[in-house]
Design a protein around this ligand. Structure first.
Ligand SMILES: Cc1cc2nc3c(=O)[nH]c(=O)nc-3n(C[C@H](O)[C@H](O)[C@H](O)COP(=O)(O)O)c2cc1C
Length: 380
């Protein structure tokens, strides 16, 4: 496995098609999914020469604390369907590499379990559910469990139209149609694991009562209707209430415009993630790397970018355009789906190696001195 694409291939070989495509796919025509990666591929670097790069320092500051790489792990839900215990596996890999890990609301491991088993720098990502009190309870739990930052994702007022999932009849819990049964049976390793260890559940959502249903809904059943349980009325006042309730760092994820970025900064957000959910929501949304510079210019708080990061050198490109760090979703996800914690570690090892190599070839001995983001003092 020498590239993230290799890990993607290994995940594809191990998983039933419907499960792989759930992780891999995007919304509608997947224009934005492709555009994210193409934007990184389009940017060209101008290397400096004759600089001593015998050692390179990849350590940087991410929201006020050191991170060994300018990379953080983005929140991804339902990881356990790709690898049992996948959330903890990715979190442990992030801790081993000294970078922040973000746990999703729809993770298959609870807030407390990840805090107990993974260690490292932990952030919690909250979706705003229709039952607002439930979301506030999750936020309280994350605070009690010691999570250092809360990330609110705002690019998902409703679920995106993911046509691969619709064509594959992909839903959680799985619907056992003849086609799905054939699909699952074609990957006996994965299927036996699921039979032996049981279907994962979205542990943070246990006890959630879905809108329009009576009684407590099983967390697994909720997953299939998760898009329908987000609160489309959530607005700036709602964000203010969260800012008032959360005492630590607050990160807003899913920002695509400079005016929204300014409003978020004025409201007291500590950092932003320029994101379009990896092309899984609004198809036709701008590539995140293209949206980044205007946002960096508009605010004085750290800005991260995610979407399409598949090479360590992509981090250098994002930093050159003003990001403080990149976040990775599918890169570590492919690794975890291919080989659990070892696979997630391999993904980070590949990104680290490529980043260090690109730094040497670019004449950048210290990642903090690269790029115009506010904390590098405009050098670069
Ligand atoms: C399978 C999958 C599940 C995701 N689940 C979440 C989630 O629960 N919360 C969230 O804020 N973003 C979620 N995302 C979006 C990621 O956090 C991130 O924005 C995106 O994956 C970045 O693009 P990349 O996969 O190209 O790195 C998910 C993405 C994928 C691929």
């Amino acid at each position: 496995m020498i590239s993230i694409e290799d890990l993607r291939g290994a995940a594809r070989r191990r998983l039933p098609r419907a499960v792989f495509e759930f992780f891999d796919g995007g919304a509608e025509d997947e224009l934005t999914l492709r555009a994210n990666q193409q934007a990184f591929q389009r940017i060209r670097l101008c290397p400096r020469v004759l600089i001593d790069v015998s050692s390179v320092d990849t350590q940087t500051d991410i929201i006020g604390k050191p991170s060994k790489l300018p990379i953080a792990v983005a929140p991804t839900g339902a990881v356990g369907f790709g690898w049992h215990g996948g959330d903890v596996a990715v979190a442990k890999a992030a801790a081993a590499f000294g970078i922040p890990y973000t746990l999703s609301t729809t993770a298959t491991a609870s807030i407390e379990r990840v805090a107990r088993e993974a260690g490292g720098r932990l952030w919690f990502q909250a979706y705003i559910l229709k039952q607002r009190e439930f979301t506030f309870k999750l936020i309280e739990r994350a605070c009690e469990a010691g999570y250092e930052a809360l990330m609110i994702t705002v690019d998902l007022a409703v679920g995106g139209k993911r046509e691969r999932d619709l064509r594959n009849h992909f839903a959680i819990p799985f619907r056992f149609t003849p086609r799905n049964l054939r699909d699952f049976a074609s990957k006996p390793g994965w299927a036996l694991g699921m039979l032996r260890r049981g279907m994962p559940v979205m542990e943070n959502l246990l006890g959630y009562t879905a809108q329009g249903t009576s009684g407590v809904m099983r967390a697994a059943a909720l997953a299939s209707s998760v898009g329908r349980n987000y609160d489309p009325t959530f607005d700036w006042d709602g964000l203010k209430a969260i800012r008032d309730a959360w005492p630590r760092k607050l990160i807003l994820k899913g920002v695509a415009r400079a005016d929204d970025a300014q409003r978020a900064a004025a409201l007291g957000c500590d950092a932003l993630v320029v994101s379009n959910h990896g092309g899984r929501q609004l198809d036709g949304a701008a590539a995140t790397l293209d949206a980044l510079p205007a946002i960096v210019n508009a605010v004085n708080i750290p800005v991260f970018v995610d979407g399409g990061v598949r090479r360590g050198g992509d981090a250098l490109k994002a930093l050159a355009l003003g990001a403080q760090a990149v976040m990775v979703g599918r890169a570590t996800l492919y690794g975890a789906c291919a080989a659990g914690e070892a696979g997630a570690r391999r993904a980070l090892e590949i990104l680290k190696d490529e980043l260090e190599r690109s730094m040497r070839l670019c004449g950048v001995p210290d990642v903090r001195a690269h790029g115009p983001h506010p904390l590098s003092g405009g050098r670069g």
